[in-house]
Every structure is written in C-alpha cells, then in structure tokens.
Design a protein around this ligand. Structure first.
Ligand code: LLP
Length: 423
C-alpha cells in the first residue's frame, strides 16, 4: 500500500480505480508482497538450516490464484480437507508436496485422503485405527500436542495445551507411532501446530524444543526415523500501527539452533525441517476496499459501510484489530466514530469507537489492512449480502481472480420440493 497525496494505491493502482472497475466491497491482493514475504521467511530459515521447506496452509486464503503464486515460488500445500487436497492437485501438486492435516475425519475423508497419495497427518490414535480399516498411507505423521501453545489472538487460536482439541497428547505419542509401525507403516514424519499469530521470536524455539524432546524419545524407543519435522505455522504479523512485528531472523536462528542440537542429541539424521505458515505470507498482502454508504447521528455518530462481519469476521469473532484508512482523508482531524456493515445484527456494529477522519462522508472509500489471511476465506452470505469479488494486483495491473457472487450463487444448491413450487 502506498499513499500519494493522500490517495491510496494498492499494487500501483489507485483504490478509486479498483472500486470503479470491480465494485465494493472488494478484496485486493498484491502478488509482489506475497512473493517478498515468502522469500524473506525462506531465506531466514534456510540460512540457519538449509534442509528447510515451507508448505502454505491454504485455508487462510484459498483462492487458487493466490495458492498458485506460492506454489510457483516452491511451497507445498497444507490441506485441511479433501477439497483442499483437490485444490492442490488442480495446481499440479500431489504426493509429498501436499500434507493432509484434517481432524475428526469422516470415513469418506479417510478414503479420499488415502486415495490421494499425499502425506497423511493424523490428529490422534483413534483416527489411525479407522484409517487402517481402509488402507495404509505410504508416509504419515501424527500431529502432536506438545502441551503448550500460544497466540496473539488469545485462546481463540491457541491450538495446543489442555484446552485444545488438536493433536496427540504428549504421553501418547510413542504409543501412536508404535501402533502405526506395527501396522506396517514404514515412513514417518511428525507435526505440530500449537498456535497462530505469534510475534514473540522466543516462542518458536521453545515449542520446537518441546516437540523434539517428545519425539526424540519416541524415535529412540521405536527405532523410527523421522523424515520430516513440521513445526506448524504461527509466524505472526503486527495488526496495529506501531505494533512490533516478529523478529524473523531471531526466530529462525534460535529455532534452527535448538532443532539441530536436539536432532543430534536424539540421533535424528538431519530431518527436513518444515513449517506451514499462511498469515505471514498473505496477511499483509490483502486489503478490503469498502464504501461509506451513509452516516448517521444517533447515540454516537455511526459510519455505515458495505464491509460487515460477513465480509471480515475476525473483529467480531476474535475481537481482532484491523486498521482502517479513509482514502484521501488521512490528514484530516480525527474524531471518535463508530463503524458498521449492512447486516441486521448488532454485532455487525463492529467498531464501537475508533479515531477516524472527522470529515468522513458518504461515498468515501475505506481501506482495511491485513485482510489477506482469514479474510475472504471466512466470509459468508448472511442476509443475502453475498461474498465480494477478489482481485490480484501487481505493478499497476489487475486481474479479477474471483467474481462477486450473484443471486444465482445464493440459490445454486437449493432444491424446491414440488409441493412448494409456485405453479
Ligand atoms: N497449519 C495448520 C494445521 C493450521 O491449522 C493453520 C491455521 C496453519 C498451519 C497456518 O497458521 P498461520 O501461519 O496462519 O498462523 N482464523 C484465525 C486463525 C486460525 C488458524 C487456523 N489454523 C484468525 O483469523 O486469526
């Protein structure tokens, strides 16, 4: 994002032009920012541990065009469902370039997961028993709950520890791999994903140490070789202006250090170190352009826009902060205002009070930052307010990468019983 004489540009294109061409609300992603984020992070980790690879957790922004950028740059795909495995396949990835990390899988998920031939990452022993009824994965891992997790998004996105639904309990990890080995599975890795959005560099080596101590003992006891060790996503980004970001270099250096040290200690032969971030790659590469429709004076002055909790649910769901710019008015005096979307729900009054330009007016464009991760992917169609369009920008050019939904999309899967049909 750049501001020229107060006017905001995304990927070298004024937001007025994008709004005029594609309408609002609109998700906009900058290709160059995604590529830079990916390579900055890759270089940081490879510098300290060359056998390192990223998978992209496609759930955060599942537009295939966005995933295609990361795949082109060399990332594998972390898939949460069989549909995300299919998305990876459509991008030309399969086998050991894709990891299936679902949880509480149905029989159909298991069957399709096995058929797909990708790395099968199991969330627990109970699932292993069910998988074995259908077949044996060529290569598999267990998701370990290392007993500790953390997140800048609070408990909401803390994915390990005693309150998390994910992963194998630390005391059951050896048992899990023993059962898999006894069943004749011979190729293994290990996985964890203890939290999302962490900007404290020390966290990464800390949880890596926990995991290594758990699986080091398992490896020794069972004589298992771990081909890869995936320490999850979680690389955080700052959301508030002035908030300190992650010291990536430090996180990478300390993580690689403890990883190498523990690998040597437990006799693990330089496994592939993997991570599967999403937010760090796409979070700050995405924005929402919205429009102010009307401004009302009530108990408070409320700015009514076309960006609601249906467009971006993070603020309402997690209390997350997303910074908002008003195009052309950033230098105006500020006033405490409320801001909402168009839904018939009061939770859609998603900013009760924020310093915004006091001359904000109907027709103004707002730009919401850091919307690339868990933005569109978590949007929904409530109230017939349909999902927005998505656009990719790069050096002054733009491409529509997902059409705005229309009424036909809202009713696409509907079947009307004959007795209710209008004759
Ligand atoms: N791997 C697995 C297995 C995951 O479940 C996730 C995210 C990731 C990787 C990527 O994590 P990241 O690098 O983005 O932290 N909706 C929440 C975040 C939920 C995270 C879900 N799992 C939010 O908007 O903050």
């Amino acid at each position: 994002m750049k501001t020229i004489d107060g006017r905001i540009e995304l990927g070298g294109i004024p937001v007025e032009r994008l709004a005029e061409k594609y309408g609002t609300p609109l998700y906009v992603y900058d290709e160059d920012t995604i590529v830079e984020n990916y390579h900055r992070a890759l270089a940081a980790f490879r510098k300290h541990y060359p056998r390192f690879r990223f998978f992209y957790a496609v759930k955060a922004c599942n537009n295939p065009a966005i995933a295609a950028i990361l795949v082109r740059e060399g990332a594998g795909i972390d898939a949460a469902s069989v549909n995300e495995i299919q998305l990876a396949k459509d991008l030309g990835l399969g086998g050991e370039n894709v990891m299936f990390s679902g949880n509480f899988l149905s029989d159909e998920d298991i069957r399709k997961g096995l058929d797909s031939g990708v790395i099968f990452n199991l969330d627990d022993i109970a699932t292993l028993r069910r998988v074995l009824q259908f077949g044996k994965p060529e290569i598999m891992s267990f998701r370990v709950n290392p007993g500790y997790g953390r997140s800048n998004v609070g408990e909401f996105v803390t994915n390990a520890g005693s309150n998390a639904k994910f992963g194998v309990h630390p005391d059951k990890v050896t048992e899990a791999y023993r059962l898999a080995k006894e069943a004749g599975i011979s190729r293994f890795g290990v996985h964890m994903m203890p939290g999302s959005c962490i900007t404290d560099a020390e966290y990464f080596p800390f949880v890596t140490g926990l995991l290594m101590d758990i699986i080091g003992k398992t490896g020794r006891e069972l004589g298992i070789k771990f081909e890869f060790i995936d320490i999850g996503g979680g690389l955080g980004i700052p959301y508030k202006p002035g908030e300190e970001g992650l010291d990536l270099e430090r996180a990478a250096q300390l993580t690689a250090q403890i990883f190498s040290q523990k690998s040597a200690e437990y006799g693990l032969e330089s496994p592939l170190l993997m991570m599967e971030p999403a937010r760090y790659f796409v979070g700050n590469a995405g924005w929402i352009i919205g429009k102010v429709h009307s401004i009302k004076d009530s108990y408070r002055k409320i700015v009514g826009t076309d960006v609601g909790m249906n467009t971006l649910c993070r603020p309402v769901m997690y209390g997350s902060y997303h910074h908002i710019y008003v195009n052309g008015k950033e230098d105006s005096p500020k006033e405490k205002l409320g801001l909402c979307g168009q839904l018939c729900e009061n939770t859609d009054y998603w900013i009760k009070e924020r310093e915004l330009p006091s001359d904000i007016a109907e027709g103004d464009l707002i730009v919401i930052e850091n919307a690339g991760a868990y933005g569109f992917a978590m949007s929904y169609q409530y109230n017939g307010r349909l999902r927005p369009a998505e656009v990719l920008v790069k050096k002054g050019k733009s491409w529509l990468i997902r059409k705005r939904e229309a009424y036909e999309d809202m009713v696409a899967n509907v079947k009307m019983p004959r007795h209710l049909k209008k004759s």
